[in-house]
Design a protein around this ligand. Sequence first.
Ligand code: PLP
Length: 545
Amino acid sequence: MVHNNSKYSSTRYHDSSLQEFFSFEEVVLKGLASDGGLFHPHEVPDVRSKYQEWKDLSFAELAYQVIRLYVDDHEISNDELRSIVDQSYSTFRHPDTVPLVTLDEKKDLHLLELFHGPTFAFKDVALQFLGNLFEFFLVRKNQKLEQGQPRHHLTVIGATSGDTGSAAIYGLRGKKDVSIFITFPDGKVSPVQEAQMTTVLDPNVHCISVQGTFDDCQDYVKALFADPEMNKIHHLAAVNSINWARILAQITYYFYAYFQLLKQRPDLQQVKFVVPTGNFGDILAGYYAKRMGLPVAKLVIATNENDILHRFWKTGSYSKKETPASEAHAGLKEDGAQAHEDGVKETYSPAMDILVSSNFERLLWHLTLEYELESNPSDGLESSVRAAGGKLNDLFQSLKQTGSFTVEPEILNKARHIFSTHRVSNAETLETIKGSYQGKLIAKSKYVLDPHSAIGVAASLREIAGTDRADVPIVSLSTAHPAKFAGAVELALQEEKEFDFNTVLPEQFVGLDSQERKVLKVSSHEGLGGLRDLITREVEKEKSA
Ligand SMILES: *Cc1c(COP(=O)(O)O)cnc(C)c1O
């Protein structure tokens, strides 16, 4: 059985002399297309006829069903895929994997807890799967080796300001033929996050503390990926949130949340999802779920003060810099978080501190193609695909050159039809943690939100206040465990006499501080060259061990 939708193309494909289709394996191992675009599935399957079959499945079984639709069984057999998926979700601590908790019956507000994986953040849902996929592809390549040929080896390099690093490390620790190098700015990640990363002692895991900022780390990683010498010695791979396998794995929990609600009320019609968003990865998975037929009334984007998405939905312009007017509108005077030189603001929700939202390009591609098909119906699919790719290519060239682009009104209308947005300030984030704990904002009391999840809940409450359709339940996505962001949580709850941080501290975090650590250092003097030599040296050591 060959699925058409298990073929992939770049969002910037427009030149028919270049490669149009990619396999799932190519997409996963490449991460980014060579024209700078992102890979997208050629077809999104409609699964509405499968609900009866799907509604009582466990999370892992459902994940298998969803992922199967996007991966050709010539590439990964049913048994192989089942075992990859089972292994990926066996590391989650909760029997429901991603449990749904009701915060307020009357408001019909529910929280989908996505943080029961190894690093206590939602990124585990995707990175546990991606790590197993990498290993699967590498092991298979190496089984096919002729005598005397060198083994295939993957060198994963990433930069982190916190969450991605630990989730990637836990996804890849101990995997055969894969080394992972995670750079982080020295002294600038939270103590829990640093401890989570550096206490992993597996020989294939390398944490590198870089003297500099997060931007320096990112610049180094970009430079290494562009370095011909590095590419000659290593097969480099990335695990950042543009990797299609990460989006794919996240589609499952939208269906799972819907089926959990459906069990409570068989007459369930539609659901709204509210998603705290940075790189647009999490909510993009919800968009695919909707395209697959899930009855989603609205996808609600909740941003922090890094609000490029919120501004896009207001104006149709996607712009790195705020215009003076939007700055006044955003009320920066009262709640302004510290802004960096490049414009990124440091907030209480650091995993959402971004300047641009990389995965937004995928949404724009789908909307642009739809528009092309509608406005030139006689042109046919193939030429519409190329027209959409050409437009995307132009838009992102403009973003690179001028820092912004503006889409056609028809495309903005399409985006507004499916999504709405809320921008949540730093002050409101803390107020939401506090008011939720006190049971003032939600009926459930003593519930401790992490600052990212609080942004979702703040947006949910605004959404509820601003709508008359109380019949649509809201599922707000909770992306991290509060213990990961102790600073903001303690700040918000400092006046709560009954609150004791130890009551939310998971046993896995107790004593993490005093465990043995493994961390390499690169000084600003050693810089990029030092980092490059270190990686090559460590990979050599691993291979000869
Ligand atoms: C990464 C992350 C987010 C943002 O997810 P995107 O996919 O980038 O939108 C939100 N919250 C937490 C805790 C995260 O780690």
